[in-house]
Design a protein. Structure first.
Length: 118
């Protein structure tokens, strides 16, 4: 089992940047592929980006491709989401999650709020 906690959210004007962090504790963090998701008010949670256990492979939703970058530092048990060129439609609660051997995201953090104003 792994415990996840996100940080780095806040309020930002459109065009700005934020960097979210997700720190994991518990079992071996570097054994998990990791993902970032977000949920805007009144909408379903949606996939944002993921990264494999070693950091050698990443994948992005079309809506953030070219603007967001997912990174990880296994020595620090941390996965990051660098968000540039932010848009008001990026406003959401952002969650990190760990992908387990059950082929699903089983472990989730509590989320961090990102608000982008125009």
């Amino acid at each position: 089992q792994v415990q996840l906690v996100e940080s780095g959210g806040g309020s930002m004007q459109a065009g700005g940047s934020l960097r979210l962090s997700c720190v994991g504790s518990g079992e071996t963090f570097d054994s998990y592929d990791m993902g970032w998701f977000r949920q805007a008010p009144g909408k379903e949670r949606e996939f944002v980006a993921d990264i494999n256990w070693s950091g050698s492979s990443t994948y992005y939703a079309d809506s953030v491709k070219g603007r967001f970058t997912i990174l990880r530092d296994n020595a620090k048990n941390t996965v990051y989401l660098q968000m540039d060129s932010l848009k008001p439609e990026d406003t959401a609660v952002y969650y990190c999650a760990a992908y387990t051997n059950e082929n699903r995201y089983d472990y989730w953090g509590p989320g961090t709020q990102v608000t982008v104003s125009s």
